[in-house]
Structure formats: structure tokens, C-alpha cells
Design a protein around this ligand. Structure first.
Ligand SMILES: Nc1ncnc2c1ncn2[C@@H]1O[C@H](COP(=O)(O)OP(=O)(O)OP(=O)(O)O)[C@@H](O)[C@H]1O
Ligand SMILES: O=P(O)(O)OC[C@H]1O[C@H](OP(=O)(O)OP(=O)(O)O)[C@H](O)[C@@H]1O
Ligand SMILES: [Mg+2]
Length: 284
């Protein structure tokens, strides 16, 4: 048996499904049932371990697993000896203070108060940095209820849409404590590992395939420089001769979200036969 690459993946919660989906797009076999705790992918010599999201950094920090997917907030809260090596663009959230609406709280007002959170370590570090002496009350979840129930004076919690806070009658105050998203981690100080490098290259390929499209168009050679300025591509666009005298065909990657605006601009300078296609997979 070849040496297996061992990767930790969240087994439930907000990050689990999108992480599994991304690994599948990256060509890895993924679990069939959300109850599977281990999944072997022999073709890729990789084993996936489905662990509680907060535990991922612990396993990777101990060097038991060579890489893992978790939230940046969770990795920082674990204080495990791991490095973030790639941000994955999903599971975005901010970690923020909130208190009853209308109270007009500031960070300084937390001096001597009780603040409930599921991320004690992040909060303690933040208070230490800001010189605030407050009591951190650990709760495992549903932190928003703590103020109404009298367990805390304010909360520090994960905010995505803000709906949960609003429904609990709480209002954000102060600067964001942390911006988080799903990330790939590895043990701190780990040396180059060709299998981990392959995983990263594949995941970067998925990120590019999600964020970019391929654009093809024909343009008169006189307008080529203007057109290329609109579609500079990654390492410069491919330009090929067309049978039609004085015209060239151009092929370039462009950001998906700008594709329509770029097509409008290309049309304006006389480009025609402008086509956009999805990138199925890539290595850059
Ligand atoms: N809308 C969201 N709500 C909660 N977490 C989110 C959201 N969007 C992204 N995240 C991120 O997902 C992770 C939280 O995962 P999750 O809530 O599944 O774990 P958990 O709270 O420890 O687990 P559980 O809720 O099952 O006890 C964090 O990294 C957080 O930043
Ligand atoms: O800003 P929103 O879009 O409302 O999302 C944020 C909420 O989602 C998470 O809770 P989760 O569902 O993970 O439950 P938990 O409190 O048990 O962790 C988080 O802890 C907030 O409560
Ligand atoms: Mg949660």
C-alpha cells in the first residue's frame, strides 16, 4: 500500500457540504452518506477523515493528519500549531460584538462586564490586545439568547446575514474582531509534501474555474491593443490569425463577474463573435 495522504474535513455544520463539494470538484472521491466518518480514495492515495469542525485543527496540529479544512475562526480559537495555507472562498463570516439594541455600547463599555461566546480564545486574545478586563462566559452555541436570559451583558458571535442577532434583539457594535472563511491548514513548520502540494494545486484550480470564464472573440487587428487591454488574461491572451484579412481571434480568461461588462466594452470597440464558456478544470 502506498503512503496515504490524510485530510480532515468537517463532518457537519456550515462548512461540511461546501467542503465536500469542493473536494469532489477537485477530483477526489467523496463520502456517500453524511454518517461516514472515513472515506478512502485509492485512486488519489488519499484518506478523508470527517471530524467535528472545531476538532480539525487539533488533529492537524498534532501532526496526525497532513492537512485539513476548517474555518479561520476555529483554527485561531483552537490555538493549535497549524498554518493557514489556502483560503477557499466559502463559509464567510465575521466575528463581532453585539448587545441589546439602542444601548449604544462601545468596546470600552465591556470593562468589567460578562461577554458570552463559543470562541473564548479569540475573545481573550482580543481583550488582552485592547486592554479590556472582561469576563468571558463560554457557551457552546445559541449564544444570542444569553443576554436576554441574564447570563451575559453582551455577546461575541459569528455573524453571517445578521438575522439571528436581529431576531434576538441584539445590535452589532465595535470593529469586527475577525473576518473568517473556510481555509486549508497544515501542521506548523511542515516541510514540502508533494501530495499536499497536489491537493493545493487542485483546489486552486477549482477556485479559478469558479471565478473565471474563458472568453473568445474576433477583432480587427487595428483594435487588438485596445481589446487586449480589456482582456489581459493571466499571462497575456492567445492571439491567432483569422482567415478573414486583417482580423484576429483572441482567447483570454476573464473574471466571471465582469464577463458581461467586458463583452459590452469589446462590442463597442468592434469585436464580434464574442463567446463565453465555463472552465471545467485547470492548473495554472
Ligand atoms: N451563517 C453561518 N453561521 C455559522 N457559521 C458560519 C456561517 N457562515 C460561515 N460560517 C462558518 O462556519 C463555521 C461554523 O461552523 P458550524 O456552525 O457548523 O460549527 P459549530 O457551530 O461548531 O457546530 P455546531 O453548530 O454544529 O455546534 C465557522 O468557521 C463560521 O465562521
Ligand atoms: O448571521 P446569521 O446568518 O444569522 O448566522 C449566524 C448564526 O449562525 C451560527 O449559528 P449555528 O447555526 O452554527 O448554530 P450554533 O449557534 O449552535 O453554532 C452562528 O453561531 C450564529 O448564531
Ligand atoms: Mg455553529
Amino acid at each position: 500500500m502506498p503512503e496515504m495522504l490524510r485530510i480532515a474535513v468537517p463532518n457537519k455544520g456550515q462548512l461540511s457540504e461546501p467542503a465536500v463539494e469542493m473536494l469532489r470538484e477537485a477530483g477526489y472521491r467523496q463520502r456517500k452518506s453524511s454518517r461516514d466518518l472515513v472515506m478512502v480514495d485509492p485512486d488519489n492515495e488519499t484518506e478523508f477523515f470527517f471530524l467535528r469542525p472545531k476538532d480539525v485543527a487539533v488533529y492537524v496540529g498534532e501532526g496526525i493528519l497532513q492537512a485539513g479544512i476548517t474555518g479561520r475562526d476555529m483554527l485561531l480559537d483552537s490555538a493549535a500549531p497549524v498554518d493557514e495555507i489556502l483560503a477557499l472562498g466559502f463559509g464567510g463570516s465575521t466575528f463581532r460584538f453585539a448587545a441589546p439594541g439602542g444601548a449604544g455600547m462601545t468596546l470600552e463599555d465591556l470593562q468589567g462586564k460578562r461577554v458570552a461566546t463559543s470562541f473564548d480564545e479569540i475573545l481573550r486574545v482580543h481583550f488582552a490586545e485592547k486592554g479590556i478586563d472582561a469576563r468571558v462566559i463560554h457557551l457552546d452555541g445559541a449564544v444570542e439568547s444569553s443576554v436576554k436570559l441574564g447570563v451575559a451583558d453582551a455577546v461575541a458571535d459569528v455573524v453571517s446575514t445578521g438575522t439571528t442577532l436581529r431576531q434576538a434583539g441584539l445590535e452589532i457594535f465595535g470593529d469586527p474582531i475577525l473576518e473568517s472563511e473556510a481555509v486549508v491548514i497544515r501542521p506548523r513548520g511542515a516541510g514540502e509534501d508533494p501530495k499536499v502540494e497536489t491537493l493545493l494545486r487542485r483546489l486552486r484550480g477549482v477556485l479559478v474555474a469558479r471565478d473565471y470564464v474563458m472568453m473568445d472573440y474576433d477583432v480587427h487587428a487595428e483594435q487588438l491593443e485596445d481589446a487586449v487591454a480589456l482582456t489581459p488574461g493571466m499571462e497575456g491572451p492567445t492571439v491567432s490569425p483569422l482567415h478573414r484579412e486583417g482580423w484576429v481571434a483572441v482567447r483570454s480568461m476573464v473574471p466571471r463577474r465582469q464577463a458581461q461588462a467586458i463583452m459590452d466594452d469589446l462590442w463597442e470597440i468592434g469585436a464580434r463573435a464574442i463567446l463565453v464558456t465555463d472552465i471545467y478544470a485547470c492548473r495554472l
